[in-house]
Design a protein around this ligand. Structure first.
Ligand SMILES: [Zn+2]
Length: 632
């Protein structure tokens, strides 16, 4: 069968019914993360396998990135069992038909699990049929699988016809006109075909498929175009070493199938004890330099009142504002005022800041980067990046009752994280005395819908453009609320790399025991949540972007995830106020995250990308001496 496919490819000509052009060849947006469209969910991001953006942009190789063996496909192990289970349901449905090929590719599902996109099947060895999502039943499909008999939901094509008013609305309508706070139009996920394509079910397909997965800038052009009649909604094909790719599975007469032999299934290895030892700071200096100001708790509390708009922000020029509009999509949002206030606070500490300005929907947006340089004798290139988000969600209850989009005070989500960063500056400024890695505090905008990871996408794009790798990101998002106030759990969620696991491991088993007795609450219990853990929460934060691009990252958050405390009051509604905050818990998780950042800026100071500062001085001195000598 494989041979036959190769022959098909060789025979491939225009209008040849036996011609197989893989759907990945209709991808136009090669390196999507460098393109100007940057809002999170405008388009399903492709799953990067092999060499991920981090590998290709920073020239970093690792175990699953091997440019020398270009046809090897590395896929997470969980995709194998999910695929086999899903394929069985599909084949059962089509068992009376003569199916010889299925075109499919992997993707990341909405709840943080890898799953498959099943695009089309090759029938009677003559023509393609889109898989019909309405008639296939998948067994044990759930959003967030808890055990080995459950699988994440697959994606199948949905056909939307432009001439149908409802379908047109779904494809092209502006986010602010949609009936849900979490919907987006599907334009970015459209693969375009002409109208007669739908009639081709069970008949040879002779019409053209046009390009798909277009950037949003093309929306008006496609809306006007008479040939682009049908949008086939599918998450776009995955990338192998950066190149768009789709897979073909051969179906044998007895309906059995085999995976292509060039797939290599992997699980992310846990760090070895030797790796952990090599990463750990060589001394306790990070810990000895770590001091909690006596005012830490009081300041945390007053910051909470000010930054949720209960009390005014007071500027140095004596003006005052109350924060009430904190969504990035509000044209009159106050996020710039908030950033200006933060800059004043950092200026008091003589700490350098940079407003990272960009535009979205003609609204000026900004992230704020705060630089706390290392001052130890060793220095490394990659900074530790400490991240919160400063925007807040729209209130679901207000929207349901009135249809109005009003941003929440966001006490927990995410003023709690914002305060952790703000108060970390003075503390980390001290611990940086002997550190080898710079710390960047990054206040990002637009994490919440409908911006959906807008700010972080811009920040990461700039890292790629400037060729600036980072060591790891530490994210804080929702760290101030407990449903049950005796619940000791703090979630330490790791990204999908061995280094992320290692860093999480150090946070739980090294940092926490070391600092425990000096924290405001001393009875908390950090739990490590791997990326594939159904109780992890990273998928629902900016952390997902780090995972998709291949960065190392770690998220601290309260005890919330898909299966626990998810439906609680005070999440994205009018109740996310100061009244709901568990102050001591929020203060303690802040301390924990700050201590972890302090430790990480002392980690692996002798690795390849590091150098000894004294040597540089010596070299500089020597060359000065030589040049003086030469001048004489
Ligand atoms: Zn949040």
């Amino acid at each position: 069968m494989f041979r036959k496919v190769i022959i098909f490819f060789l025979l491939c000509q225009e209008n040849n019914v036996l011609c197989i052009i893989p759907l990945c060849s209709y991808v136009t947006n090669g390196v999507h993360y460098l393109q100007p469209f940057i809002s999170g969910d405008d388009q399903h991001i492709p799953l990067y396998t092999g060499c991920k953006p981090v590998n290709s942009e920073f020239n970093i190789t690792d175990t699953n990135c091997d440019l020398a063996v270009s046809n090897k496909i590395y896929l997470p192990d969980s995709l194998k069992s999910a695929g086999e289970n899903q394929l069985q349901s599909i084949l059962k449905h089509y068992k009376s038909m003569n199916i010889t090929l299925i075109e499919l590719w992997p993707t990341l599902g909405a709840f943080g699990f890898y799953t498959w996109v099943y695009a089309r099947i090759f029938h009677d060895e003559t023509h393609w049929i889109w898989l019909n999502s309405s008639s296939i039943e998948f067994s044990s499909t759930v959003d967030s699988p808890l055990n080995e008999s459950e699988y994440p939901a697959p994606y199948l094509p949905q056909l939307l016809i432009k001439s149908n008013a409802n379908d047109h609305f779904e494809i092209f309508t502006d986010i602010l006109s949609l009936p849900s706070l979490y919907m987006k139009n599907v334009f970015g996920d459209c693969l375009w075909t002409s109208a007669n394509y739908t009639n081709s079910l069970n008949r040879p397909q002779l019409t053209k498929i046009y390009s798909g997965w277009l950037p949003l800038e093309k929306m008006n052009e496609i809306d006007q175009d008479l040939n682009h009649n049908i949008c086939v909604v599918l998450p776009q094909p995955f990338r192998v070493n950066g190149k768009p790719y789709s897979l073909f599975i051969n179906i044998k007469q007895n309906n059995s199938f085999q995976w292509p032999s060039n797939i290599s299934w992997y699980t992310i290895p846990s760090p070895s004890s030797n790796d952990i030892l090599k990463t750990k700071p060589v001394s306790d200096v990070w810990y000895n330099d770590l001091q909690w100001p006596k005012t830490f708790a009081d300041e945390w509390k007053s910051n909470m009142y000010r930054l949720t708009g209960m009390q005014p922000l007071q500027y140095e020029n004596k003006t005052e504002i109350y924060l009430t509009r904190k969504s990035s999509i509000q044209t009159d949002n106050q996020l710039m005022n908030l950033i200006d206030y933060l800059i004043e606070q950092y200026n008091k500490l003589n700490i350098q800041t940079e407003k990272q300005i960009f535009y979205w929907r003609n609204i000026t947006q900004a992230n704020l980067i705060v630089y706390i340089p290392a001052r130890g004798s060793y220095r490394c290139d990659e900074p530790v990046v400490f991240i919160d988000h400063i925007d807040t969600a729209f209130e679901e209850d207000t929207f349901d009752d009135t249809g109005k989009r009003r941003s929440t005070p966001g006490a927990d989500d995410n003023v709690s994280g914002l305060i952790a960063l703000l108060q970390s500056a003075a503390i980390l400024n001290k611990t940086q005395e002997n550190a080898c890695r710079d710390i960047w505090l990054v206040h990002v905008t637009g994490e919440e819908y409908p911006a959906a990871s807008l700010g972080i996408s811009h920040f990461l794009q700039q890292l790629f453009i400037k060729k600036q790798p980072i060591y790891t990101a530490v994210i804080v998002d929702m760290i101030g609320h407990r449903v049950n106030r005796s619940d000791p759990i703090v979630q330490v969620n790791a990204g999908d790399t061995t280094k992320s696991l290692l860093v999480a491991e150090l946070a739980v088993n090294y940092v926490y025991p070391r600092i425990k007795n000096h924290l405001i609450l001393q009875n908390l219990r950090p739990v490590l949540r791997r990326w594939s853990d159904p109780f992890a929460y990273l998928y629902n934060t900016d952390g997902v972007r780090f995972v998709e691009y291949g960065f190392n990252c770690l998220l601290f958050n309260e005890h919330i995830n898909y299966h626990e405390n998810f439906e609680r009051e005070g999440y994205h509604d009018t109740f996310d106020t100061v009244n709901l905050i568990d102050f001591e818990y929020g203060q303690t998780v802040s301390q924990y995250a700050i201590a972890t950042v302090a430790m990480l800026s002392h980690a692996e100071c002798r690795s390849e990308s590091c150098w000894k500062e004294a040597n540089l001085v010596l070299i500089a001195g020597l060359s000065l001496f030589l040049s003086i000598l030469y001048a004489m």
